[in-house]
Design a protein around this ligand. Structure first.
Ligand code: SF4
Length: 348
């Protein structure tokens, strides 16, 4: 492996063709900003944020459904904190709580189990949002629910998988020359799924860790691999080609592939997971979610998530839209591109 100083020098002095490299994963976006990586790159290397923050790609119809459930007598929505401020088509869960909606915040999906066991008269709806990384935990939750015979928990799922959306970006002609493949996702599901995309579109993928040096080494390799349809693993201690078979088997036991709606992008076939038919009684309407309407029509999350616009190019960025007053989902989570750019004063 090249030494770090020569990697830095290569990236700083690069004067070849302009390169757009997409960091697909929200954790990569956050780490790139925190490590000041854009300032270490030649002006000919451009980093673009992608659709890899789960909260950011959750469609407004999902939030609308959670709001409706929170206001339904006898029901209580249980969620991670991030989701509470994500805008639906008209308002968010925090506002619904102000109108009497029942919304509880938790830190682990398993926290819903004692809640449900203590209050049998309430139906608890867990907001299961995420990519391949969090889906095994939701499968474990389902295992506990079914084995313990708990009948007052439902899941509203917005579970997504990465390769179909990356394929969608390539298919739609996005100007992306290389991808930083999501390291955490590859730990669970492997990187085999990116191989046909790399080959079809002649774009390199680099599976990367999250530290500054790991990111720099992967970026350097991607620049050198420009135009080659290859997938290389620079996170070999934990990521493998086939992923974690135990986690994949557990996911497969409870969930099946389905179409999914992505905020600002629309429906992508086969890019989601929903509870299998035999577990439908635990579902709170996940298969019925469709449309995606912006709360603020001026929000540009759709372009930010597809790498067409940098967050600071949105006219609302840092003015009308801040972490305290988010107008779009990308300004809510720490993994959201707009939040990350604003919090770290990132200008590429
Ligand atoms: Fe949407 Fe705010 Fe980002 Fe603009 S800055 S794209 S309004 S989240």
């Amino acid at each position: 492996m090249a030494d770090l100083n020569s990697v830095k020098q290569f990236l700083r002095d690069y004067d070849g063709p302009e390169m757009n490299i997409m960091e697909v994963c929200g954790s990569h976006t956050a780490s790139i900003a925190k490590n000041g990586i854009p300032s270490m790159l030649s002006k000919r290397i451009h980093l673009l944020s992608g659709p890899g923050c789960p909260v950011c790609v959750t469609p407004s119809s999902y939030i609308d459904r959670l709001i409706e459930l929170s206001l339904t007598p006898g029901m209580c929505v249980v969620t991670f904190g991030d989701l509470i401020r994500v805008p639906g088509s008209a308002g968010n869960l925090a506002e619904a709580r102000g109108r009497g909606g029942r919304v509880k915040m938790i830190y682990s999906p398993m926290d819903v189990l004692p809640m449900a066991e203590e209050d049998r008269k309430t139906v608890f709806v867990f907001a299961a949002v995420g990519f391949e990384t969090t889906t095994p935990v939701y499968a474990l939750l389902m295992k506990e629910i079914t084995e313990k015979g708990i009948d007052n928990i439902r899941l509203l799922t917005a579970l997504k998988t990465m390769p179909p959306v990356v394929n969608f970006l390539c298919e739609s002609g996005a100007k992306i020359d290389a991808f930083l493949a999501p390291g955490h996702v590859c730990v669970v599901s492997g990187y085999r799924g990116y191989e046909p995309i790399a080959e079809n579109y002649s774009v390199p993928f680099g599976v990367s860790g999250f530290s500054g040096p790991e990111l720099l080494i992967t970026l350097c390799a991607l620049v050198r691999d420009r135009g080659r349809g290859v997938v290389r693993n620079y996170y070999p201690l934990v990521a493998t080609r086939d992923g974690n078979p135990g986690a994949l088997k557990l996911i497969d036991q409870y969930f099946e592939e389905a179409p999914a709606y992505w905020r600002g992008i629309g429906m992508i076939p086969g890019s989601g997971r929903v509870l299998r038919d035999q577990y439908r009684i635990y579902d709170a309407g996940s298969r019925d979610l469709t449309e995606d309407r912006k709360a603020n029509p001026a929000c540009r999350c759709d372009q930010v998530l597809t790498g067409k616009l940098r967050p600071y190019e949105c006219p609302l960025f840092g003015k009308v839209c801040t972490p305290m007053t988010p107008q779009g989902a990308c300004m809510v989570s720490q993994e959201g591109s707009c939040f990350s750019y604003l919090a770290n004063h990132r200008r590429d």
